[in-house]
Design a binder for this molecule. Structure first.
Ligand SMILES: [Zn+2]
Length: 310
C-alpha cells in the first residue's frame, strides 16, 4: 500500500510537471484551413511555430465537401481558421463552425480569417447579389489562389495574422514570408517563360475555376462545359459549346479532376480539342504537395497540350 501511494504521488508530481512545462514548450498556433492550398501557404509562413490541417482534400470539389465528425474535432481545437471566402465553402463550412462551439473561430472573431480579402477578385457581379439558378459564384470568383500573385498576397495576409496572434514569433514569420516570396518570384519567371509561347490562346474549361490563372498567363477562356457555375451540362448548352469551339478553333479543353468526363469526352471528340485534366488544388494528385508543385504540374501539362495542338 505504501508503495502504491509513492507511485501515485510520483504520478501526480509527473503530471503536474508536465502541465507546467507543456504549454511553454508546445506553444504552437493550431491553424485549420478549409482547403489544401491555404494550408500550404500557411505552412510556408508559419513553419514549425504552427500546426496546419486542411479540411477539404485537394481532389475534392471545394464547393461540395461532405461534412464528417472528424472536421468538428479539428475545428474545436483550432486557434485560427482560414477560409477562402466569397461563398466558396458556403455549402459546408458555416454549419461546422457553428457546431464546433469554438468561440475563437466564429466569423468576426480574432481567429477567423477569409483569404479573399487579400486577393484580386475577378468576375464580380455588377447586378444584384444572388445565388439564383444555383450559381455558386454570386460574390465574384472564389478560385483566386490560382494566380501566383494572389498566392503571395494571401501568404502576406496570413503572416500578418500569425504575427498578430503570436507576437513573439513575428520576426520568424516575417523571415519565412520573405523567403517564400523570393522563391515564388523565381518560380513565376520559370512558369511565365514556359507559357509565353501560348499567350492569347483560347481555351474552354468545365467549371469557372480558372479566370485568375488565365488572366495571369494571358489565356482567353471563351466557354464552359457548365452552363453556370455549379449547374451540370445540358444537351442544348453542350451543342452550343461545340459550335463555339469549332468556330473559334479552340484546341484545349480544361477539366477539373472531380467532374464526370462523359460530356467533356464527347465535346473533345466532336471538336478535336485536347482534353486536359488540370489540378485546381494542392493534393489533387500524389506528389503535388505544395503551392509550387501545383503550378509546376499545371503549367507543364498545359504547355505540352498547347504545343501538341499547334
Ligand atoms: Zn467555383
Amino acid at each position: 500500500m505504501d508503495r502504491n501511494f509513492v507511485l501515485k504521488a510520483l504520478l501526480v508530481f509527473a503530471l503536474a510537471c508536465a502541465m507546467l512545462v507543456a504549454p511553454v514548450q508546445a506553444k504552437k498556433l493550431n491553424v485549420v484551413t478549409s482547403t489544401t492550398d491555404l494550408a500550404t501557404l500557411a505552412q510556408e509562413v508559419g513553419g514549425d511555430r504552427i500546426t496546419v490541417d486542411a479540411i477539404a482534400k485537394g481532389y475534392q470539389d471545394p464547393h461540395f465537401v461532405e461534412a464528417k465528425p472528424s472536421f468538428l474535432l479539428k475545428l474545436r481545437n483550432a486557434d485560427l481558421l482560414v477560409s477562402v471566402g466569397l461563398q466558396l465553402e458556403m455549402g459546408w463550412l458555416p454549419p461546422l463552425i457553428t457546431q464546433s462551439g469554438n468561440p475563437r473561430i466564429q466569423p468576426g472573431a480574432r481567429g477567423y480569417l477569409e483569404a479573399a480579402q487579400f486577393a484580386q477578385v475577378l468576375d464580380i457581379p455588377t447586378g444584384p447579389v444572388t445565388r439564383a439558378e444555383g450559381d455558386v459564384h454570386p460574390m465574384g470568383n472564389p478560385h483566386l489562389w490560382l494566380d501566383p500573385d494572389n498566392g503571395r498576397r494571401i501568404a502576406q495576409g496570413i503572416a500578418n495574422k500569425l504575427a498578430e496572434m503570436q507576437p513573439g514569433d513575428a520576426a520568424y514569420f516575417r523571415e519565412r514570408l520573405q523567403d517564400f516570396e523570393q522563391r515564388l518570384t523565381a518560380a513565376q519567371k520559370r512558369w511565365e517563360e514556359q507559357m509565353r509561347p501560348f499567350r492569347g490562346r483560347k481555351v474552354v474549361t468545365y467549371h469557372r475555376s480558372w479566370p485568375n490563372f488565365a488572366k495571369y498567363f494571358g489565356l482567353e477562356v471563351v466557354g464552359y462545359v457548365e452552363p453556370r457555375p455549379g449547374i451540370p451540362p445540358s444537351p442544348r448548352h453542350t451543342l452550343e459549346l461545340i459550335q463555339l469551339m469549332k468556330r473559334d478553333q479552340v484546341k484545349v479543353l480544361i477539366v477539373e479532376p472531380y467532374f464526370d468526363l462523359k460530356t467533356p469526352d464527347s465535346v473533345a471528340r466532336e471538336t478535336g480539342a485536347k482534353l486536359v485534366v488540370l489540378l485546381p488544388s494542392v493534393g489533387g494528385e500524389k506528389g503535388v504537395t505544395d503551392y509550387f508543385k501545383l503550378f509546376d504540374y499545371d503549367v507543364a501539362l498545359l504547355a505540352s497540350a498547347f504545343a501538341a495542338a499547334q
